[in-house]
Design a protein around this ligand. Structure first.
Ligand code: NAP
Length: 338
């Protein structure tokens, strides 16, 4: 069976998910939507995606710009088995998807309560089998779960504190800031801790967030009290056997997020996307049962493989999570961990 996948909201996440879905043998993209006739709409058409207007009101704009659309979202919903919603948070499409009887995946801007199921490929693939609706949590949340979950399984942890140094805006986005300030999130915990717990309810985690003037990555510093004695080598060994984690070394010149993204450019993937969470080997330290590490998250990319696995689970194209992860990672050029 091939799943027919629609993408509503062809932006930062939507266009990446569209390309990733197209790279799968068991899925096809039946159409993508835009509200405005932007360069991204033209790119979608030139890449061979069927373009749909998000609503009837948008059709004239496309006509005026000489961009042909195949219909509206309503028409697209009739073509698809499942839709990936990459629209800005709170766009409010759930009723329309329900009416069309279509399965749907939302992104991390939405609250857990929208679907009652927040997804991570490693943690709860099985819970997503056949599900009608789910949400892939945010880039930061996905990043924390990727490294913390395997440690929780291997060693047990309590009292985790993650401090997130967050990028101010995506590289294309000239609307947001700050451009010359450091802005703490004054609510404690930041929304990330409860968000991690929407997938891992038993994890004892607190989070603090700070926004800084960069567009390329988030950087997390994580401290965790381990339930038993561990060594740095044991921790690294767990991560080496965990998919979608990339270990890097400061000694090899990866001193900052700038070199991480240079490495990503050298990998020569589309858009220089780094789907893996990056952990600095020398930054991993253990002292008196406390583990300390730094990790970096390419915010535009890390949730993409999770979206692909979520489609596979919801459409029951694959029931074995390891097999789904293997297929997704092979198609995206992510090195295998098992
Ligand atoms: P984005 O780059 O702004 O893309 C959103 C897209 O939706 C745009 O193409 C926008 O363009 C389109 N759109 C706007 N209103 C729409 C509507 N009513 N109906 C259909 N399409 C509409 O946003 P994003 O960063 O991809 O964020 C999407 C979701 O992913 C959010 O929940 C966000 O929190 C989450 N997320 C974002 C990141 C990140 O770092 N960017 C990471 C992880 C998760 P047009 O109006 O031109 O069509």
């Amino acid at each position: 069976m091939t799943a027919k996948v629609a993408i509503n909201g062809y932006g930062t996440i939507g266009k990446r998910v569209a390309d990733a879905v197209r790279a799968q043998e068991d899925m096809e993209v039946v159409g993508v939507t835009k509200t405005r006739p932007t360069f991204e709409a033209r790119m979608a058409v030139s890449k061979g995606f069927d373009l749909y207007a998000a609503s009837k009101d948008n059709v004239a704009g496309f006509k005026g710009a000489g961009i042909e659309v195949s219909g509206t979202l309503e028409d697209l919903l009739g073509e698809a088995d499942i839709i990936v919603d990459g629209t800005p948070k709170g766009s409010g499409y759930r009723a329309q998807y329900e009416e069309a009887g279509i399965k749907a995946i939302w992104q991390g801007g939405e609250k857990h309560e929208l679907t009652g199921l927040s997804f991570n490929s490693q943690v709860n693939f099985e819970a997503a089998l056949g599900a009608a609706y789910l949400r892939v949590p945010s880039c930061n949340t996905t990043g924390l779960i990727r490294t913390l979950y395997p440690l929780q399984v291997a060693f047990g942890m309590k009292e985790i504190l993650a401090v997130m140094v967050r990028r101010a805006a995506d590289p294309w986005d000239t609307r947001r800031g700050p451009i010359n300030a450091i802005e703490p999130v004054l609510t404690m915990p930041s929304h990330h801790g409860p968000d991690v717990q929407s997938v891992l309810p038993d994890l004892d985690i607190q989070t603090i967030a700070v926004k800084v003037p960069t567009t390329i990555m988030h950087l997390h510093t994580v401290t965790a009290r381990m339930k038993r004695e561990v060594t740095v080598e044991e921790v690294l060994d767990v991560w080496r056997r965990t998919p979608r984690i990339r270990l890097v070394k400061g000694a090899e010149g990866v001193k900052s997020t700038a070199q991480v993204m240079e490495l990503a450019r050298d990998l020569a993937r589309p858009r220089s996307d780094l789907f893996e969470i990056v952990v600095w080997e020398e930054g991993v330290n253990v002292k008196d049962r406390s583990l300390y590490y730094f990790q970096a998250v390419h915010q535009e990319a890390d949730v993409v493989p999770e979206n692909v696995d979520a489609i596979r689970a919801m459409m029951t194209l694959e029931e074995d999570k390891r097999e789904s992860i293997r297929k997704t990672d092979l198609s995206l050029g992510i090195p295998p961990a098992f």
